[in-house]
Design a protein. Structure first.
Ligand code: MUC
Ligand code: MG
Length: 367
């Protein structure tokens, strides 16, 4: 169970449909495959998605921090020394997705070593989750058509609508068009990626007050400290903190400060070890949680479903588990399948996934 090597392999897979949102846009999955090797010949995998507009990480930076700092700090530890690994990774500030991928690859390797699924090792609550699909910026007719496609092809009935454009009516028109098209047959919520000011956010939420929204996520920046507290205090639905809460301490700060009332858990940024800490904190504080999406590929989505199915609280709402459908290809030998609006966690040890060597050879960008 001793770690002998940690690899960081950059790869690039184009999106068939780019995702656009208030803080940026993504046209290709330029991610980093992380592989943790042990002296038993076990290999654990995970992926890190660089999101410079969210965490400041780049693909080159993720490879460098893993190769230069994390790998030397972890080689020689056993897979059960997770707390030691966590503290060694924490000596480096920032780099959330690089740390998370290393952590999750260690868990995958541990699952393979003991012959058990990661989801069972974490909590083993259920084997499936309902799926929520993120709809990126476009005009109302195209966003409705995209929702129809996801509804008809995959049975998806929950949509997170990206908002945060100016004027706010650009986005409120989309949400209204979706509600008019689907009626009560779908759940809708909105994510502003910090695009609006607090007052624009309140105006938009008032315009949409008859549309039965489930949540509002990160409509304005957490750094608008009083403005955001003012906004959250006036809403009658939970306000989800996402990129403003990359650590448990941030969750505490935002929630106790009145700037958030629900939490997005993203395994891409807190791994399994950190996500468990956020989950337990949310349980202790009595907060609702949603399993979020860092525009994950299929490896990242396998991680999110493994964690989301482990606990009752994370499996309660639809999880954001479908945006890999917009990628032109992926690295797994067996693709994830969404049907009837649900994704099952993979059976089998670890994450239950295997990397296709031919696909990795085609898409890696370091050789
Ligand atoms: C989200 O929930 O914000 C958009 C940017 C990012 O980093 O993640 C996505 C989804
Ligand atoms: Mg978000």
């Amino acid at each position: 169970m001793k770690i002998t090597a940690v690899e960081a392999i950059p790869f690039a897979i184009p999106y068939t449909k780019p995702l656009k949102f208030a803080s940026g846009e993504v046209h290709a999955a330029e991610h980093v495959l992380v592989r943790v090797h042990t002296d038993d010949g076990i290999v654990g995998v995970a992926e890190a998605p660089p999101r410079p507009f969210t965490y400041g990480e780049t693909q080159t930076g993720i490879v460098a921090v893993i190769e230069q700092i994390f790998a030397p700090a972890l080689i020689g530890l056993t897979l059960t020394e997770r707390e030691v690994a966590h503290h060694r990774l924490a000596r480096t500030v920032g780099n959330p997705t690089a740390k998370a991928a290393v952590d999750m690859a260690m868990w995958d390797a541990f699952g393979h070593t003991v012959g058990l699924p990661v989801s069972d090792l974490l909590g083993g609550y259920t084997d499936r989750m309902r799926v929520s699909h993120m709809l990126g910026f476009d005009d109302p007719a195209k966003m409705v058509a995209e929702a129809e496609r996801m509804h008809d092809a995959y049975g998806i009935t929950t949509f997170k609508v990206k908002v945060g454009r100016r004027p706010v009516s650009l986005d409120t028109a989309v949400v209204r068009a979706l509600r008019e098209r689907f009626g009560d047959a779908v759940e809708l919520y909105v994510d502003g990626n910090r695009g609006w000011s607090p007052s624009e956010s309140l105006r938009a939420m008032r315009e949409m007050s008859d549309l039965g929204l489930l949540f509002a996520e990160e409509l304005c920046p957490a750094d608008d400290v009083f403005g955001r507290r003012w906004l959250v205090g006036q809403l009658d639905i939970p306000f989800i903190a996402d990129e403003s809460v990359p650590t448990p301490a941030d969750v505490t700060r935002e929630v106790l400060g009145g700037s958030a009332t629900a939490i997005s858990i993203k395994t891409a940024r807190t791994g399994f070890t950190g996500s468990a800490r956020v989950h337990h904190l949310a349980e202790g504080l009595g907060l609702e949680v949603v399993m979020g999406n860092q525009i994950d590929g299929q490896i990242g989505t396998a991680c999110a479903i493994a964690f989301g199915t482990a606990y009752e609280r994370t499996a309660r709402y639809a999880g954001e588990l479908s945006n890999f459908l917009d990628m032109s290809d992926d690295l797994l030998t067996m693709p994830l399948q969404i049907s009837d609006g649900q994704l099952h966690r993979r059976p089998g040890a670890g994450l239950g996934i295997a990397i296709d060597p031919d696909k990795l050879a085609r898409y890696r960008t370091d050789l």
